[in-house]
Design a protein around this ligand. Structure first.
Ligand SMILES: NC(=O)c1ccc[n+]([C@@H]2O[C@H](COP(=O)([O-])OP(=O)(O)OC[C@H]3O[C@@H](n4cnc5c(N)ncnc54)[C@H](OP(=O)(O)O)[C@@H]3O)[C@@H](O)[C@H]2O)c1
Length: 256
């Protein structure tokens, strides 16, 4: 029986790079997102690239909505007895992706911006993790949360940074509960990562250069950079690493 990895946001960007890594290891990959066409395309690409891997299971869910997250977890629990690795890559800066005029003026708009970012970045990870928690492999399981450089230094719109920062104490508390059972819980905090839908085509060439220049190595991150770190954190070699937030940003933010 293949090991099982569940990856939210596995249809694109960092989550997709993770999905490719585990398919290469011939693990059973489960990907989740809101768009079935995107997930199906990702699953088909993986099947072509890694024909020996079990067929990717694609499940649609808006993971910020409890009922949808519950249905996805129920489907996973019906299919598999245990989950070896859970990677919470789903997330976005809700404001960046919202069509112009989406937010009302005044405090109603402020409240909705904060709620949207909290739901999309914090709650989506917490709901999936709590749903999968009972079937995580004991011992030997691993959980990854995806934070952001913004959690350390803020962002122009504080609610995205705050929503990511909220994952840090969740990581610590979950690690305290699960590490005695042999499950590691860690977060990664990427800096600017190119070639994902997070920024999409929103950045001008000048803005891209400016973000690249923030890194001490002068380049932006790639989905593969982040997937490599996650691959190691979820490997047996990293069994003694838990309750950590690992920054992946080429030195754009110094470690602390
Ligand atoms: N790119 C960066 O510079 C950067 C930097 C720091 C942190 N991050 C974080 O890294 C993670 C991965 O982002 P990425 O850069 O790979 O961007 P991405 O390509 O936009 O990936 C995000 C994925 O999450 C899914 N998703 C978003 N909200 C969801 C929800 N409510 N329920 C289910 N799926 C949801 C999206 O699919 P659907 O739209 O189909 O649902 C998409 O596949 C995110 O948490 C992001 O905040 C990114």
């Amino acid at each position: 029986m293949s090991k099982v990895v569940v990856i939210s946001g596995g249809g694109t960007g960092i989550g997709y790079a993770c999905a490719q890594h585990y398919a290469k290891q011939e693990m059973q990959v489960v990907i989740l997102g809101r768009r079935m066409d995107t997930l199906c395309q990702a699953a088909a690409n993986i099947a072509e690239a890694f024909p020996k891997a079990p067929a990717v299971l694609a499940l649609t869910a808006d993971l910020s909505i409890p009922e949808q997250a519950q249905n996805a977890c129920d489907a996973i629990r019906q299919e598999f007895k245990t989950v070896d690795t859970l990677i919470n890559a789903a997330g976005s800066n809700a404001i960046r992706r919202a069509p112009a005029g989406s937010y009302a003026d005044g405090l109603a708009g402020v409240a909705r911006r904060w709620n949207d970012n909290f739901q999309n970045n914090t709650l989506s990870a917490v709901l999936l993790t709590e749903g999968i928690r009972p079937i995580l492999k004991r011992p030997g399981g691993s959980v990854i949360l995806i934070s952001s450089i913004a959690a350390y230094r803020g962002s122009s719109i504080g609610c995205y940074a705050a929503a990511k920062a909220a994952l840090h104490p969740y990581c610590y508390d979950l690690a305290a509960a699960l590490s005695p059972e042999g499950i590691t819980v860690n977060a990664v905090a990427p800096g600017y990562v190119q070639d994902t839908e997070f920024f999409g085509a929103a950045l001008s060439p000048e803005q891209q250069k400016s973000k690249q220049a923030e890194a001490l190595n002068g380049r932006g991150g790639t989905p593969q950079d982040v997937a490599n770190a996650i691959a190691w954190l979820t490997s047996a070699e990293a069994a003694h690493i838990t309750a950590q937030i690992i920054q992946i940003n080429g030195g754009a933010e110094k470690g602390r």
